[in-house]
Design a protein. Structure first.
Length: 134
């Protein structure tokens, strides 16, 4: 929990949404966050995938990554597990470019990412809509 708070502090200016689901019918609690980043907006997902491990450091191990089409978007999906963080479980991160910004949608769960859960996360990312404000 301490490391989740540190993550929030590090990215608080870019975080648009931070929440969690306590639905007891699903094994484990799932957290969700949405971050927009203008600095890396427009950068190729292939380039990001090549340098993502050094960018995130040794606290998280990438167990799978792929660029795939989800809805109308090209998305880099990362499946990770913590190495040095005080949290358990697995995470799914989705990165994509839209509106000149890099968007990151993350799902943090303390259970293994079964195919069923992963498909639900993919569907949530496909349904994500961006509305530009003034």
């Amino acid at each position: 929990a301490q490391d989740v708070q540190a993550m929030f502090q590090n990215f608080k200016d870019d975080i648009l949404l931070w929440g969690y689901d306590t639905n007891s019918t699903i094994a484990g609690q799932t957290g969700l966050f949405v971050i927009k980043n203008e600095q890396f907006g427009g950068m190729s997902l292939m380039l990001i995938s090549a340098f993502i491990q050094p960018m995130i450091g040794t606290q998280v191990e990438i167990i799978d990554q792929e660029i795939l089409a989800i809805g109308d978007r090209s998305v880099l999906r990362l499946l990770t597990t913590p190495r040095e963080l005080e949290m358990e479980g697995t995470q799914a991160f989705y990165l994509f470019n839209e509106g000149g910004k890099l968007w990151v949608i993350g799902f943090l769960t303390n259970t293994d990412l079964s195919q069923e859960r992963l498909e639900g996360f993919d569907d949530a990312v496909a349904s994500f809509k961006i509305f530009e404000g003034e």
